[in-house]
Design a protein around this ligand. Structure first.
Ligand code: PMP
Length: 427
């Protein structure tokens, strides 16, 4: 038994399923999970010392690669001054100023500790500000594990029609979460027609990245904006994946759409546990202590996490070439994978938006969650296993993205494409 397998046996005795987050158990691919010992640049090493080219990148935040020296140094420096004060620090102001400078249409920022918390709080704000209870989300979009969002959720929370995607979510909570189809404006318009004056907000992943990667068709995000304006509802972009990744200003800049509230997560912590929700001053001042929407956090704005996030965001702000670099790398990878599919005759569709890529094992185009679920999951599992054996670390589940970082080299991409060619031919 290798070290990862032995650790997993130990872990299963003390952690449910042997993990602290379900996708890590590799159930979707039917394998024993790798335990990770360290990471640097584009690579991670498992507990047995095997090195992999990493396309998970901690599920997105490692835009500059793992263990970036500037971020590591900032964290080491911050640690020397103490780990947490439960009081305000200059860095919190600095990072908020920087985010407001980088992201269009936001005037204020509230820091929290995860993407889940950011979304949960953003929904409370939308409900508090509009005085309405119902919210619209899209089937297959994942917004963290708060009760209201565990309805037809993507990622590893497998969607189940009409019911919460999790036991323990009260039906009464789930009934206020209405679900529409991604890339289908009619499905949104008909919910507004069904519940006039009752819908507080529409929340969307501007690029759906928890059903594989599915980009918005032209007019979809514009249409959501117009519907929200017409109905007096707020538009929330959940940019936990796309924020500071598609562009400095995230999806709002990339697609030229204005939202009312935007949520961020892991990326703004540079790998530390952070989230934030942001919006106009008028909206954000509904939050306590200014207004009546309560939300708080002992570790919110934690000095060490802020040091990491501030350093990553400052670097991105002063090095806009990172964005052209990571999306050019994704272009190259996606083209190579498409060519591999064509040469091997494998029925694989490669979706890509910016630095996000995902293969689907289906001959048809994938523009919605229904399309995504047509992917052959057994083929994904076989592909994952063979790629892992070739030293390439991918998401251990179909409904996730591949993340590119500036640390991936041309040689990494070539090696990956070569492996993909062999694996597609063998499927
Ligand atoms: N929103 C989106 C779009 C996400 O992808 C995720 C997690 N990947 C979350 C929210 C939840 O973030 P967290 O896991 O940090 O709670």
């Amino acid at each position: 038994m290798d070290t990862s397998a032995a650790l997993f046996e130990r872990a299963k005795k003390v952690l449910p399923g042997g993990v602290n987050s379900p996708v890590r158990a590799y159930r979707a691919v039917g394998l024993t999970p790798r335990f990770i010992a360290k990471a640097d640049g584009a690579y991670i090493w498992d507990a047995d010392g095997n090195r992999y080219i990493d396309y998970v990148c901690s599920w997105g935040p490692m835009i500059l690669g793992h263990n970036h020296p500037l971020i590591r140094e900032a964290v080491e420096k911050a640690v020397k001054d103490g780990l947490s004060f439960g009081a305000s620090t200059e860095r919190e102001v600095e990072i908020a100023e920087l985010m407001i400078n980088m992201v269009p249409n936001i005037e204020m920022v509230r820091m929290v500790n995860s993407g889940t918390e950011a979304v949960m709080s953003a929904l409370r704000l939308a409900r508090g500000a509009t005085g309405r209870d119902k919210i619209i989300k899209f089937e297959g979009c994942y917004h963290g594990h708060s009760d209201a969002m565990l309805v037809k959720a993507g990622s590893s929370a497998v969607a189940e029609g009409g019911r919460p995607s999790s036991a323990g979510v009260p039906i009464d909570t789930a009934k206020d979460t209405l679900t529409a189809q991604y890339n289908n404006l009619d499905s949104v318009a008909s919910l507004f027609a069904q519940y006039p004056g009752e819908i507080a907000c529409v929340i969307v992943e501007p690029v759906a990245a928890n059903m594989g990667v599915v980009g918005p068709n032209p007019g979809f995000l514009e249409g959501l904006r117009a519907l929200c304006d017409k109905e007096g509802a707020l538009l929330i972009f959940d940019e936990v994946i796309t924020g500071f990744r598609l562009a400095k200003g995230g999806a709002q800049e990339y697609f030229g759409i204005k939202t009312d509230i935007v949520t961020f997560g892991k990326i703004i912590g540079g790998g530390m546990p952070v989230g934030a929700y942001c919006g106009s001053r008028a909206l954000m001042e509904h939050i306590a202590p200014c207004g009546s929407v309560y939300q708080a956090g002992t570790l919110s704005g934690n000095p060490v996490a802020m040091a990491a996030g501030l350093t990553q965001l400052s670097y991105l702000n002063s090095h806009p070439e990172v964005y052209t670099d990571i999306s050019a790398k994704a272009d190259r990878l996606a083209d190579g994978m498409r060519q591999a599919a064509a040469e091997s005759g494998a029925n694989v569709r490669i979706n890509q938006v910016g630095s996000l890529v995902a293969p689907f094992f289906t001959p048809d185009s994938v523009e919605s969650f229904t399309d995504a679920t047509k992917s052959d999951l057994n083929k994904y599992a076989a592909y994952f296993e063979k790629m892992l054996a070739s030293g390439i670390y991918l998401a251990p589940a179909q409904f996730e993205a591949m993340f590119l970082s500036s640390a991936h080299t041309d040689a990494d991409l070539e090696n990956t494409i070569t492996a993909v060619k062999q694996v597609f031919s063998a499927l």
